[in-house]
Design a protein around this ligand. Structure first.
Ligand code: NAG
Ligand code: NAG
Ligand code: NAG
Ligand code: NAG
Ligand code: NAG
Ligand code: NAG
Ligand code: NAG
Ligand code: NAG
Ligand code: NAG
Ligand code: NAG
Ligand code: NAG
Length: 514
């Protein structure tokens, strides 16, 4: 195949390996770009990709090993038809169980029964739909489904992925031959594939799936674009499961699996600062639509993943998606949080245990996040068993500026903030149903957005936010007086999700006051 035939002779490849290794350790000279900004190469994204979290679909949560060409391509077509591609869900990721082994020269071979036209055909078809193609392997001798893994075959496999036209690699942690236990050992093992992908010359988003083992959020951002920070999610809101024993990310010796939405969310609280443009903490694929949670709980799941800048990978059967679940996946005001140029995660300002239900701890929490344009996001999360009046005070929201260095009263506390409810304009089941059955009005160049729908292919989220596009802002539901409190009645297992915008004032703020 094309890229394979261009493989370098050993001497050159040794030289390029050495120079690459040097480039990775040697400080790279910064320079001033044409528009006057200082550019430090590699300081944002190690390979220039994934400046905001990746979005897409992955078959694993809904189908496991039961995958084939038809499923992948029909899903891709449906993602276009439902407007999901144009909401930003770009990567169609084929997870484990696609191969039948290696050929005589050691390259991976796709299963000819389930992928009868070969993998390049799948990638080409996905590309022709304006989507990108993701593939899967493991940094072990086998994948988790016990198909051949890439440990020891990294360059051959990277060449295979590039040759078929993959744009994304999800790289798991099963059967790693004990090459874990310290950050350095894990770094070295995952770095081999990082360099192999780089040598293919093809831009490939590199998504680590090592479950938070050896704290990837402390070392993976110079070699990858995202890293899982917990054991696998399962379709439960808060049920504890013995197979997911840790409740904190730090010091977790056994990530396990069957981790609930609340379990994974709370693990994010301590590692919040380790999310950055080009490297995102991956809270695992979404379960919305798989049937194990209530509508309110799925809204919490989607909201908190978006707010924490987790990759958003649809993890359900798109072909049978219900109107209600399409409406959750399609909320542009919530996706805009996820895709905000700030590329930061949220801060859990407080958490109290109040009213346990049959499965959970009964907690309530306040999460907040600062966005690029000085907007704030506030999530009043009620994971307790009864409805509750919940309160977000300005003192809590602006805790960080209040406590930053030499004390001065934060200017934010003397301003009025308008409050926008980000779920108020959720599309109705009737509208979502009409999208599903093909009778909905199409967006046009004159209607790239409506209150409920948005076309991010036409206008990026960053630009839409600069335009104050109402699809991204939600519905204004009130305001907070200087130093005041936002209170709302939040039902059991629900979230109130708000964007706060500073009301226009005549006082011009200096940048160093932010
Ligand atoms: C492809 O996979 C889907 C989902 O598992 C299954 O329903 C379908 O029967 C499969 N089709 C073929 C042709 O194997
Ligand atoms: C093995 O697979 C690679 C990659 O698909 C291909 O280029 C090569 O021709 C195959 N070799 C044999 C012997 O089939
Ligand atoms: C390979 O790595 C270099 C140095 O980090 C980077 O500039 C380049 O964009 C990378 N190329 C690919 C294809 O990832
Ligand atoms: C949770 O609330 C329900 C009513 O919504 C009640 O039936 C149940 O007993 C409560 N569970 C606990 C553990 O209090
Ligand atoms: C981020 O916000 C600043 C103003 O604070 C603005 O100048 C810049 O354009 C924004 N970046 C993007 C990508 O929207
Ligand atoms: C929110 O404030 C109201 C009014 O002060 C109070 O009644 C309520 O208990 C507070 N809610 C919580 C969860 O503390
Ligand atoms: C399509 O969905 C709309 C809205 O839910 C509904 O009114 C209409 O009857 C549906 N049409 C068909 C052909 O199913
Ligand atoms: C929307 O566009 C699609 C694809 O171009 C087309 O098949 C469909 O009929 C259009 N729907 C309406 C209501 O015009
Ligand atoms: C979004 O915009 C792109 C390019 O402007 C266009 O090709 C596409 O059909 C639009 N999608 C929808 C769902 O309207
Ligand atoms: C819609 O997007 C297209 C680019 O795809 C742009 O030319 C057009 O001006 C946009 N329309 C509106 C109303 O923003
Ligand atoms: C968007 O809203 C902000 C805040 O109200 C305002 O400063 C800005 O001028 C608006 N931008 C546009 C393009 O209307």
């Amino acid at each position: 195949m094309h890229l394979l035939s261009r493989r370098r002779v050993p001497l050159i490849s040794l030289v390029s390996l050495l120079s690459l290794a040097l480039a990775l350790v040697r400080p790279v000279a910064s320079y001033v770009s044409a528009d006057g900004t200082v550019v430090i190469p590699g300081a944002s994204s190690y390979n220039g990709l994934n400046l905001v979290p990746q979005m897409g679909w992955d078959n694993w949560n809904a189908f496991g090993c039961d995958v084939n060409e038809t499923l992948v391509l029909r899903t891709a077509e449906r993602m276009v038809r439902y407007g999901l591609r144009d909401l930003g869900y770009r990567y169609v990721v084929l997870d484990d169980c696609w191969s039948v082994g290696r050929n005589e020269t050691g390259f991976l071979v796709e299963n000819p029964k389930t992928f009868p036209h070969g993998m390049k055909y799948v990638a080409d078809t996905i590309h022709s739909l304006g989507l990108k193609f993701g593939m899967y392997s493991s940094a072990g001798v086998f994948t988790c489904g016990r198909y051949p893994g890439s440990l020891g075959n990294e360059q051959k496999d990277a060449d295979y992925f590039a040759s078929v036209g993959a744009d994304y690699l999800k790289y798991d942690n099963c059967f790693n031959q004990g090459q874990s236990g310290t950050a350095q050992i894990s770094f070295n093992r995952y770095n081999v594939m990082s360099q192999a992908l780089n040598r293919t010359g093809r831009p490939i988003v590199y998504s680590l799936c090592n479950w938070g083992d050896d704290n990837p959020y402390d070392w993976a951002y110079t070699i990858s674009n995202s890293g899982r920070m917990s054991g696998d999610v399962y379709d439960s809101f808060n049920r504890p499961d013995s197979r997911c024993p840790c409740t904190e990310a730090i010091g977790c010796a056994w990530p396990g699996f069957h981790c609930s939405v609340m379990n994974i969310l709370n693990k994010m609280a301590s590692i919040q600062s380790r999310t950055m443009s080009g490297y995102f903490n991956d809270m695992d694929m979404l379960e919305v639509g798989n049937g194990g949670q209530s509508d309110n709980e799925y809204v919490v799941h989607f909201s908190m993943w978006a707010m924490n800048a987790s990759p958003l990978l649809i993890g359900t059967n798109v072909l049978t998606l219900s109107p209600a679940n399409l409406a959750i996946y399609s909320n542009p005001a919530v996706i805009a949080l996820n895709q905000d140029p700030s590329a930061t995660a949220a801060v859990r300002k407080w958490r109290y245990f109040v009213d346990p239900d049959e499965t959970g701890e009964g907690e309530i929490a306040l999460w907040t996040r600062s966005l690029n344009n000085t907007d704030q996001v506030v999530a009043l999360l009620n994971a307790a068993n009864t409805s509750m009046m919940m309160n977000a005070t300005m003192n809590d929201i602006f805790l960080d500026p209040r406590t930053a260095g030499a004390y001065q009263a934060p200017p934010q506390l003397s301003e009025t903030w308008d409050v926008y409810d980000l779920w108020a304009n959720r599309m109705s089941n009737a509208e979502a149903g009409a999208i599903i059955n093909g009778t909905a009005m199409n967006l046009t160049a004159n209607t790239n957005s409506t209150l409920t729908r948005y076309n991010a292919t036409a206008t990026s989220y960053a630009q839409g936010l600069l335009n104050n596009d109402t699809a991204l802002l939600g519905l204004k539901v009130g305001s907070i007086a200087p130093g005041g409190t936002w209170s709302a009645m939040i039902p059991r297992h629900s979230v109130g999700l708000y964007r706060l915008r500073q009301r226009e004032s005549k006082v011009v703020r200096r940048k160093d006051e932010l």
